[in-house]
Design a protein around this ligand. Structure first.
Ligand SMILES: O=C(O)CCC(=O)C(=O)O
Length: 367
């Protein structure tokens, strides 16, 4: 047993018997199920305990070999192509799934045209317009560069604002983020149900630097992470299109403090972060990877691996909007760090096609 697994089993044992009775659901939307509270940590862990839970690199005696230092999805295994082939021969996959999976394994993403209905895209935009106009203090809105939000007040200008986890409150967003083409593909790569962990809305191009989500969204195991970017309108050139490097999910792992997949401000410091962030594009270009721009239509979806290098392209026409909704998901068998950090935020709300949690709001009460 590794130190990490030992620590985990010790923590689980010390928590056994803790009360976990779910409160009565109070959400909107008939598709919502009662919240689930599993046998997960019930108290906030100290920084040391949390760090002890961070997954280390794979052990040499591991039965399954992954391409990088860390465990992830089966599609990150060195034998992923053979697994696809075997599952195809066994009749478990359709021809279209095989195509998509092969693309995913090689390139680190797939584009699914028309995955979300036009009505749902329009409803999300209408819900957001209404919220900005009349206010919705349940929602946390983020100004550019901010990481923690403030309640959305009436008359807030929408341009360049982002809103966290709107799926907790808006059925339109739940329908889109759990659209069958999205969760169907996630089920394939996750070998299980998806857990939606977080989402962000964008009104304009974010111009966010090129990054890999695994550096910031901490999951055990680190590679068990994917995101779905939903175009709420046709994407226009110059609007700050999403950009990404084909195949960059296979770049060598950057090891923060020589050991970790995720960046930790206190532990690793800003200098290491800058080394990582400034080095990513040169590393992708040195590897000859192609830089792509996502010019898709309303309802089309890009699903990318947590390791794919991506970001917001340059906005060259300020008059253009670039309305989108992006969700981050992990498999049901993986553990987001915020479940350990904020036990009260580890509640899962079932929804057809998966379940969701939120680090910003209480999914039991929608507050
Ligand atoms: O949509 C964008 O411009 C950036 C989105 C992104 O990088 C993310 O959500 O991880």
């Amino acid at each position: 047993m590794t130190g990490f697994r030992r620590q985990l089993s010790r923590l689980k044992t010390s928590r056994a018997g803790g009360s976990s009775g779910p409160e009565s659901p109070n959400g909107s939307g008939s598709a919502l199920g009662a919240p689930e509270v599993g046998d997960r940590p019930r108290r906030q862990l100290s920084g040391e305990e949390l760090d002890a839970l961070l997954p280390a690199a794979q052990q040499p005696e591991a039965q399954v070999a992954y391409r990088g230092h860390f465990e992830g999805l089966w599609t990150d295994r060195v034998d992923a192509d053979q697994v696809i082939e075997r599952r195809w021969r066994a009749g478990q996959l359709h021809a279209a799934d095989v195509e998509r999976l092969k693309h995913w394994v090689e390139q680190g993403y797939v584009v699914i045209p028309g995955a979300v209905g036009a009505d749902d895209c329009e409803q999300i935009k209408a819900d957001l317009r209404q919220a900005f106009e009349h206010g919705d203090e349940r929602l946390h809105v983020l100004k550019p560069g901010e990481h923690s939000g403030t309640p959305l007040q009436p008359g807030t200008p929408q341009a360049r604002m982002r809103v966290n986890d709107i799926y907790v409150f808006y059925e339109s967003a739940r329908r889109a983020l759990f659209a069958e083409p999205i969760v169907g593909f996630l089920r394939l790569i996750f070998s299980g149900q998806p857990t939606l962990l977080q989402s962000l809305t964008f009104d304009k191009g974010s111009q966010q630097g090129i990054h890999q989500d695994t550096a910031y969204v901490v999951i055990d195991p680190p590679g068990a992470l994917a995101a779905a970017w939903i175009a709420l309108e046709d994407v226009q050139p110059g609007s700050g299109e999403l950009v990404y490097y084909d195949g960059s999910h296979r770049l060598d792992d950057f090891l923060f403090s020589g050991e970790y997949k995720c960046w930790h401000h206190e532990r690793d410091g800003v200098e290491q972060h800058d080394d990582y962030a400034n080095g990513l594009v040169p590393r992708a270009e040195a590897a000859g990877l192609q830089r792509k721009r996502l010019l898709v239509k309303r309802g089309d979806v890009l699903i990318w691996s947590g390791n794919l290098a991506h970001g917001g392209g340059e906005v060259t026409d300020e008059s253009l909007s670039r309305r989108s909704l992006v969700g981050h998901y992990c498999p049901e068998w993986a553990v987001p760090r915020y479940f350990d950090q904020f036990p009260e935020r580890s509640v899962l709300r079932p929804y057809p096609g998966g379940r969701f949690a939120s680090t910003h709001y209480d999914v039991r009460t929608g507050s």
